[in-house]
Write a protein that binds this ligand. Structure first.
Ligand SMILES: [Zn+2]
Length: 81
């Protein structure tokens, strides 16, 4: 289901980073959540049909925490780029 997204990420040539902790992720293993522009929340793909800002990658553990937190992403660490 997410292979298309992973391929898209690979084609951009940019590293796939977790939106929450900044860890480098394997695009194939990342959990992709859809960002709702109106509420600023990250939701399961398809939950924001009209206001989606696009998909963002999270590590599995981080995605669970974001979803458990009502979709609010509190960045815990951001690596310098
Ligand atoms: Zn993370």
């Amino acid at each position: 289901m997410t292979s298309g997204l992973a391929d898209l990420q690979k084609s951009t040539g940019s590293p796939c980073l977790c939106e929450r902790c900044g860890d480098v992720l394997d695009p194939d293993a990342a959990v992709w959540l859809e960002h709702d522009t109106m509420t600023g929340r990250y939701l399961a793909p398809g939950a924001t049909p009209e206001l989606s800002q696009g998909f963002f990658a999270f590590g599995e553990a981080c995605a669970k925490k974001v979803l458990a937190n009502g979709g609010q992403n509190k960045m815990i660490r951001r690596k310098a780029r």
